[in-house]
Design a protein around this ligand. Sequence first.
Ligand SMILES: *Cc1c(COP(=O)(O)O)cnc(C)c1O
Length: 383
Amino acid sequence: MTKDIIPFNQPYMTGKELYYIAQAKFGNMLAGDGPYTKRCHGWIEERTGCAKALLTHSCTAALEMSALLLDMQPGDEVIMPSYTFVSTANAFVLRGGVPVFVDIREDTLNLDENLLEAAITPRTRAIVPVHYAGVSCEMDTIIDIARRYGLRVVEDAAQGVMARYKGRALGSMGDLGAYSFHETKNVISGEGGALLVNDPALALRAEIVREKGTDRSRFFRGEVDKYTWQEVGSSFLPGELVAAFLWAQFEEADSITRKRLELWQHYHEALAGLEADGLLRRPIIPPECEHNAHMYYVLLAPAIDRQSVIARLKAEGIFSVFHYVPLHDSPGGRRYGRVAGEMVHTDALSARLLRLPLWVQMQQQDVERIAGVIRAAVFTARN
Ligand SMILES: *Cc1c(COP(=O)(O)O)cnc(C)c1O
């Protein structure tokens, strides 16, 4: 008997993507900021309550826009977790900023808000909370600290579309927020992202920075009679074909999230016994967080060899992965950033984390099969 392969990720198409792309083409609107882009902006604004949403090429681009909008100067410090994707740091390093890495919380793997004040110096300009796995950081505390010290907050909500904290959408609570629609995220357009502008004072400049530093958006609205170079900017907007694809995904965002949450819950129940036996730890969702099932991961017990679990799963046709190499421990992180305090949880937890397949068209039986292989694997992989 050959066993079906279960890939780590399988991008989900709702079925209307190509139809909407054809519509965009027939409407002869191929550049950016056409009707589909406007619909997508409206959807994000309505769903999150942000003052202004702007589609970008990627979450990376939205983070780079944030660094421009905050006028980052060489030597300015930005506090962020080390346990994150490289773009969180790179966007600020591009402007000469210095990432200052703090440790993560043991429960959510998010930046530990209790370590922020000790990391603040006279050069600190901003805090960048990363909502890992679509589970919110402790935003009330983070925003309170930022207010007291006059710092900006940029939420890296790349994984946080459709997730909430105390009822508020991730990405809508800091001065700025960044979403990703990369094919590995929940709602996708291949490559893609959005900047959520929550401080209305930044909204006009955000349009300018995104349109090559010009006031072209105001020109199109008839607010100025010509458009000119206003400030430093670049081209951060996607074309209409990408927005048309994304619109098809937005229409199904609720059902996509529901389906992912069901699979997530199946994993959670199927792996409860192994947690009770002390062989792994399952994700912890604080009660104030409504997550979006972006990811199912387990933290293997320290005595279990992760590589052999991955190999055992692979031998059964099941593809699992781990991430991230903590930034403070990478060549770029050592060169461009610095740590504030100990990296105890970052170092320990990143070495134990294993991500399991989770995609919309997976079946409950797939989850059960994966859980069964993990059960067998962790017992034999115990040192
Ligand atoms: C995926 C991801 C990004 C980058 O998103 P892109 O859209 O690929 O640029 C940034 N930060 C985090 C935490 C991510 O997971």
